[in-house]
Design a binder for this molecule. Sequence first.
Ligand SMILES: Cc1cc2nc3c(=O)[nH]c(=O)nc-3n(C[C@H](O)[C@H](O)[C@H](O)COP(=O)(O)O)c2cc1C
Length: 410
Amino acid sequence: MSETTPHRLSGKRVILGITGGIAAYKTAELIRLYKKAGADVQVVMTPTAEKFVTRLTLGTLSERPVHAEIFPENELGSWTKHIEFGLWGDIYVIAPATAQSMAKLASGMCDSMLTAVALAARCPILVCPAMDHDMWEHPATRESVQTLEGFGYHMMEPEEGELASGLIGKGRLPEPENIFKRTAEIIAKSASKKKGRLAGTKVLVTAGPTREAIDPVRFISNRSTGTMGYEIAAAAERRGADVILVSGPTSLEKPEGVHRINVTTAAEMYDAVHKETDAELIVMVAAVADYAPANPAQSKIKKGGEEPDLDLQPTRDILASLGAGKKKGQTLVGFALETDNGEENARIKLEKKNLDWIILNNPNEEGAGFGTGTNRVTMMGRDGTEEPLPMMEKREVAEFILDRVLGEDS
Ligand SMILES: Cc1cc2nc3c(=O)[nH]c(=O)nc-3n(C[C@H](O)[C@H](O)[C@H](O)COP(=O)(O)O)c2cc1C
C-alpha cells in the first residue's frame, strides 16, 4: 500500500460476519488487514462462532463492540441493530460461512444477528464458505451456494488443501489476504457504479486554518472553522467523487465517505497536498497562514523576560505551486478572502496563480466568511465571468460552486 494514495478500503465500512467454523480464528488477521487499510469494521457473529473465537479478541481488534444475539439481554433499545448495521455497511463479508449458516441464508432465516443483517443489508455481500470437503460437496450445500449466487451474493470458493479434519480436499477458508483483496475489488466495483457526475473522479479539497508555532504552547492561526471546505468535500462525495480532504485543525466531523488527512502547519499542508496532485479537481478552501515564526522557541516563552521578537517568514504558497504545476485537464479552484478591493484582488490572484476559478468572500460582511453557517460569495472564472451568488447556507454554496465548476445548471 503506498503512503500517498489511501487504500480503496480507507474510510469504508465493513461488516464482518463470523460463523461457527474452525477457520474462525483466521478472522482476527482479516480484521487487522481491514483496519490497517483504514476501514471501519463491525463484527457480528453467530452464537456458535463464540465457541471458536472470543468476542474480546474481535472487539479489541475491531475497536467496536461485537454483536451476536438478535435480542441482547442487557441492551435495551438495541433490537433494531440488525437494520442499523444493514444500512451502515459498504460491504458485508461473511467469513467463514458454515454449511448451516449458508442454508439459513439461502432459506431467508434470520434467527441471529448475523443472518438478520444479511436480510437487512443494502450493500454487497461476500460469502466465504469453509467446511469439510464432504460437507462442501453435499447437494444441500451446493443448493445453498446456488441460491446465494442467485441472490446476487458474491461467493468466494474455498481452497483445496489439508482440512482441519485431517482430510485433504476442497473446503479451506481462503487466506485472509485473499479475502481482503476480494473485498477491495467488490468495493471498487460498487464505487464505480456510484452515480453522479463525479463518479470515478479524484477531488482534493483543503479546509480549515493552519497553526504556526510561536513556542510549544502558543501559535499563530486564524478564524477559519473549516465549514466551507468540509461542505465542498461532502458535496463532491455526494456526486460520486473519491474525495481527499486535507484539513487543518477543526472540530468538525469527517464527512461520510471522504478520506481526511489531518495536518497542523502550512508546511504540513503543502506536503500533504503535493502528494495528491493527480486529482482532477482541486478546491483549495483552507485559510493557510501566509507567515510563520522563523524560529519558534523550544520552551515556553516566560512573562517578564526579554520582550519576544516575533520574526516572521513567508510560508510556501500552496496555490501558486499547484497553479505552476497544473496538469492537463486539471481544474484548480481557489478562495480569496478579501476585505478591500475584493474583485480586483481576486482577479489578480486568479491570473497570477493560474487558477480556473476563484471564489471571493468578505469576512466583514455579515453572514459571510468565518464562523457562520452561511456565506455570500462571488464566483469569478478564468473566462472573465463574474457571478455574485445570494447569501445561502454553506451547504448550498458548496453545491452551487460545484455546479458552476462542472458547467451544470443549478
Ligand atoms: C470443532 C468443530 C469444527 C467445525 N468446523 C466447521 C466448519 O469448518 N464448517 C462448517 O460448516 N461447520 C463446522 N462445524 C459445525 C458447526 O459448528 C455447526 O454446524 C454449527 O451449528 C454452525 O452454526 P452457525 O452457522 O450458526 O455458526 C464445526 C463443528 C465443530 C465441533
